[in-house]
Design a protein. Sequence first.
Length: 47
Amino acid sequence: MSKKIILGLVLVSALAACQRREPEINVYTPMDGAVTPQPDFQGQYEN
């Protein structure tokens, strides 16, 4: 009985591994506070 269960699980896992995989779609979504190369500092530095 347990051999049939193990064989069934092996067959199901092998079938799942052989299935065609859908490619992942990466969609770029820009953020509002994106990182900029220059600072946004508007005031003066203290000495």
